[in-house]
Design a protein around this ligand. Structure first.
Ligand SMILES: *Cc1c(COP(=O)(O)O)cnc(C)c1O
Length: 360
């Protein structure tokens, strides 16, 4: 069998024990005589899968009892619309723009009301995160929106913004379950699974119960109302059954290695090793200001586009795949989510050192 170190930003690597477990269950899930892909979402056997997945996620993140966990479809992108459609009561919301994804969310929100960019780091191409301490918040804004980890630029908002009592909404897609998170600070958190917790096709939404309402933007489709998903335990219609099952296995894997505190230590060790090399390299340069660096998506570049291309090609041939930066930004990016082993990062740095020696 041949497996590469896959540095893709998403869909991304999954833990090998999870893939092996899924393989074992493929033809006959626990004596049911069928694959999880083939079973009714209304069956007892599937019910246990989704109920356990939710309970394990609750345990991992210490989700308070007054929050619902939803499994929905449409990716992070659909949340860009669902958030304003469900939460913009005064038709006003404030957005912190720290990169590509928060900008997209901001643009989408403008279709449903008055979205205001209250902070942005676009002046330096999102190589840092704007200050979030003294935000100029709109007095009757319904919520403040942030993206916790900007996947493309490789920055993380390490400080939770002071929203002066306003509801805080976070797109946590690319750092979800990479470390503990105080859910009680947020009204709503969402995360597309394919970055750090599972296959594409399911998006996890954690929403405070008092935000489940029938007062939504006129014409909001049934399936885009959080309340409908909450009332039906994510089973108003057929959920992405198999993707939820794999997420459930990932949650169990995270619990088995010691939970999110442990995961955080491993992620800090991995990212620390790579950033330390970047800080000393004479060929490669990190793109983000030190204080705002992401532990998940490490962006960097060589002195030229040609050299970047050469690196991507040679790295791929050596078993390090998907190191090209996002098409909108260029450069290089190593996504080192939970499932990337420390050995993968050490091997990458060894390869980078050799490349540097040959090309300097
Ligand atoms: C990938 C990503 C998205 C978009 O997710 P889709 O599932 O492709 O819609 C949104 N936000 C962040 C932070 C992401 O990394």
């Amino acid at each position: 069998m041949h497996r590469v170190f896959n540095f893709s930003a998403g869909p991304a690597m999954l833990p090998v024990p999870v893939l092996l477990e899924a393989q074992k269950d493929m033809l006959d899930y626990k004596g049911s005589g069928m694959s999880v892909m083939e079973m009714s979402h209304r069956s007892k056997v599937y019910d246990q899968i989704i109920v356990e997945a939710e309970a394990d996620l609750r345990k991992l993140l210490n989700v308070p009892a007054n929050y619902k966990i939803l499994f929905v479809q449409g990716g992070g992108t659909q949340q860009f619309a669902m958030v304003p459609m469900n939460l913009m009561k005064n038709k006003k919301a404030d957005y912190i723009i720290s990169g590509h994804w928060s900008k997209k969310a901001f643009e989408e929100a403008q279709m449903y009301g008055q979205a205001t960019a209250i902070a942005t780091s676009s002046d330096k191409k999102f190589t840092y995160v704007p200050a979030v301490k003294h935000l100029n918040i709109t007095p009757d804004a319904d919520y403040v929106y942030m993206c916790q980890n900007e996947t493309i630029h490789g920055n993380t908002m390490w400080e939770i913004p002071d929203t002066q009592g306003k509801l805080l909404v976070s797109d946590s897609s690319s750092c979800f379950l990479s470390e503990p998170l105080d859910v009680s600070r947020f009204g709503l958190i969402f995360a597309g699974a394919q970055k750090n917790v599972g296959p594409a096709g399911v998006t996890i939404v954690i929403i405070r119960e008092d935000l489940l309402t029938d007062e939504v933007f006129p014409g909001t489709p049934t399936l885009m109302r959080y309340k409908i998903h909450a009332e039906n335990n994510s089973m108003y219609n057929t959920p992405p059954c198999y993707a939820i099952y794999i997420c459930g296995l990932v949650f169990k894997w995270l619990l088995s290695i010691g939970g999110l505190e442990e995961m955080k230590k491993m992620n800090e060790k991995k990212a620390g090793y790579l950033y330390d090399y970047l800080d000393h390299s004479r060929l490669f340069k990190g793109l983000v200001e030190k204080k705002d660096r992401s532990l998940m998506n490490v962006t960097f570049k060589t002195p030229s586009e040609e050299m970047d291309d050469k690196f991507v090609k040679e790295a791929k041939a050596a078993g390090f795949d998907n190191l090209k930066g996002h098409r909108s930004l260029g450069g290089l990016r190593a996504s080192i989510y939970n499932a990337m082993p420390y050995e993968g990062v050490v091997a990458l740095v060894d390869f980078m050192k050799q490349f540097e020696a040959k090309n300097l």
